[in-house]
Design a protein around this ligand. Structure first.
Ligand SMILES: Cc1ncc(C[n+]2csc(CCOP(=O)(O)OP(=O)(O)O)c2C)c(N)n1
Ligand SMILES: [Mg+2]
Length: 619
């Protein structure tokens, strides 16, 4: 016992000393090798472990951050990141849940267009990461997942290490990642990691996984000269086949009632610009389902709020990377599950999508099969220029319709404004009021709403023109996405002068609220506004619906669906983790001043949270 104490004391002193050294070095930007420790009882040292080379590989890909909860299965890689790599490009981002790590990487990609890595500890870390990986998969978002594992059973330490290892770590995720590998050598690691990155970034973009074997990390590099890192060159995305694009252009040009429905098209501002060119060439309304920000809400052709009516009246519908075209043309009622057609029976459909190129069998995110008249298997953004050009060659924009289209756009906006005014002064606060108060503090900023759903008040009322204004939503609707994705987006935006805000539902935050600590610890400036309806409100509504269906009492719908008694104090939850916070606010007049105080904190580079007690569900 006393031996153990002496060891722990020695180790603690070493840790304390090295923390001070690390902090001093971080402050001066200086990088010195740490003094060799005798306290850890290591009589043999390894000067150049395999994990140093792994850091070289990650660095060669330009990966700036590795989000992770720490774990022994990648302790060597962790150590190489912070010591060999100096914790710069990549920098280790401390996460309190693997789901947060993946969610952060998801939001980071959507804000930056860049891949972030996360490390997950063997079986248990990968299990925790799984739902967030599924969200990224459904949302076509690349994430570099690195799993720690010790494959060689002869070298595993007994006990926990066995329990946390598996023969095939990626098996758990294989239904919803694009590719994975378990490299057996460092050269294999380099080639597979570069391949994985390239595949992740080739549309349809998806998460990929590399298992970093523990022994490969910890053993010394044997033949450094024999190792090489392949050059990364990303593939050009596939454009639609010329004949099919021409055929689509012909149909689009020869019909009057055309509507464009888009979901995950624009990867950047160029994509938004190309969408505008296409819509103007046809002078056709656009319904943006907002998987990404595809189309400026300020443009008179932006008619997302009239989606159902436009689809109902259309003679031709052009789908651009839409996850569920069947659901646009048809519906199944709730709660009776009755089928109803929305579109005309003979509506002509065109779909530019890569969905057919990557589909797995088990999970049903592929949605119901939808026959399409002209299916074009191609990347939508890459196909926009040739499609627009083909349309321009056939016809001039039908400018005669412009006045009517402008009027319809103004009417749609007026309806949204009118609807938003309902219960303006109510307490608990309406989501429309909350959204409007947030807009008042963002309107003079270069802004990003980290989670932005189709049909949300922001999408209906905020003038958005930039690709980074709206980042869309989770893809898989797995709750727990919003908080980490917002932190990831804010991390991506922090050096760009973009203010990142999020309307944060309570149920979503409570999956893994530790991501607030991550934001505070890493000085990630995120403005969170709690949409604190003290409920899993969507589920309240489901219970009410079932009680109605079964003709039974409805007041019990709150059992199991509310987050009250006790109410959660989100300001305290945030403050406890080092985040500036105010609330709970019940008077809508108090929201604006609190948000302005919070914005000042965010502008200084820190996260801030304002808790507002709300009514109604998010979006
Ligand atoms: C991981 C996961 N578990 C459960 C659900 C079912 N679900 C859908 S919406 C919802 C409520 C979410 O609550 P909150 O984030 O507070 O949003 P609100 O509905 O209150 O606006 C739940 C639990 C889900 N989508 N994902
Ligand atoms: Mg809620």
């Amino acid at each position: 016992m006393s031996d153990r104490r002496t060891f722990l004391k020695g180790a603690a002193a070493t840790i304390a000393a090295s923390t001070v050294t690390a902090q001093a070095q971080a402050a001066t930007g200086e990088k010195k090798p740490a003094p060799k420790s005798s306290g850890a009882g290591l009589d043999k040292t390894i000067e150049r472990p395999g994990s140093d080379f792994m850091v070289d590989v990650l660095r060669s890909l330009g990966i700036e951050y590795v989000a992770s909860n720490p774990a022994s299965s990648f302790r060597s890689l962790h150590e190489s990141i912070v010591n060999y790599g100096g914790n710069r490009k990549p920098e280790f981002i401390t996460c309190m849940h693997e789901e947060s790590s993946v969610g952060m990487a998801h939001g980071y990609y959507k804000a930056s267009g860049k891949v972030m890595a996360m490390m997950a500890h063997g079986s248990v870390g990968i299990q925790h990461a799984a739902m967030a990986v599924y969200n990224a998969w459904c949302d076509r978002v690349p994430v570099m997942l690195i799993g720690g594992n010790f494959l060689d059973a002869a070298q595993r330490r007994p006990g926990v290490e066995w329990g946390h290892c598996s023969q095939n770590p990626a098996a758990l995720l294989r239904d919803y990642i694009k590719w994975d590998d378990q490299p057996a050598s460092l050269q294999h690691f380099a080639e597979s990691t570069v391949r994985a990155y390239k595949m992740a970034m080739t549309p349809p973009m998806e998460p990929v996984m590399i298992v970093a074997d523990g022994m490969l990390q910890e053993h010394p590099i044997e033949d450094e000269k024999g190792l090489s890192i392949p050059k990364l060159v990303l593939s050009a995305p596939p454009q639609g086949e010329t004949g099919a694009v021409r055929e689509a252009a012909k149909i689009l040009s020869s019909h009057e009632k055309v509507v464009i429905v888009c979901e995950r098209v624009a990867r950047n501002q160029e994509g938004v610009k190309r969408m505008v060119e296409l819509a103007e060439a046809l002078n056709a309304p656009v319904v943006d389902l907002l998987g990404r920000m595809n189309f400026p809400t300020t443009h008179y052709l932006c008619r997302s709020g009239d989606g159902r009516a436009l689809v109902r009246d259309a003679d031709v519908i052009l789908f651009l990377e839409v996850g569920d075209p069947w659901g646009q043309l048809n519906t199944i009622s709730d709660p009776h599950h009755q089928y109803r057609r929305i579109a005309k029976p003979d509506v002509k459909t065109i779909h530019v999508t890569l969905a057919d190129q990557l589909m797995k069998s088990n999970y049903q995110d592929m949605q119901r099969f939808c026959p399409v008249d002209i299916p074009i298997s191609a990347d939508a953004q890459a196909t926009l220029p040739s499609l627009t050009e083909a349309i321009r060659q056939i016809s001039k924009p039908r400018s005669g319709k412009t006045e009517a289209l402008k009027k319809a756009y103004q009417q749609m906006q007026a309806r949204a404004r009118e609807a938003a005014a309902h219960g303006w002064d109510a307490s608990p606060v309406t989501v429309a009021r909350l959204s409007s108060e947030l807009w008042q503090v963002l309107k003079n900023e270069n802004w990003c709403l980290a989670e932005s759903r189709g049909g949300s008040w922001a999408s209906r009322l905020w003038p958005a023109t930039q690709h980074h204004n709206f980042l869309g939503s989770s893809g898989g609707a797995g709750v727990g996405y919003i908080a980490p994705a917002a932190v990831g987006a804010a991390l991506a935006n922090k050096d760009k002068g973009i203010i990142t805000a999020v309307i944060q539902p309570d149920g979503d935050l409570m999956y893994a609220p530790g991501v607030l600590w991550t934001a505070a610890h890493h000085r990630i400036p995120l403005l969170s506004v709690m949409h604190n309806n003290r409920a899993y409100h969507q589920e309240v509504m489901h219970l009410q619906k079932m009680a109605g269906l079964h003709n039974r009492r409805m007041d019990t719908a709150r059992i199991g669906t509310t987050i009250e008694d006790p109410n959660i104090d989100y300001a305290k939850l945030a403050q406890a983790q080092g985040v500036w916070a105010e609330g709970p606010i019940t008077d809508p007049a108090q929201i604006g001043p609190a948000l302005r105080r919070a914005l000042a904190v965010v502008k200084k580079g820190q996260p801030a949270l304002v808790d507002v007690v709300t009514q109604g569900r998010s979006a």
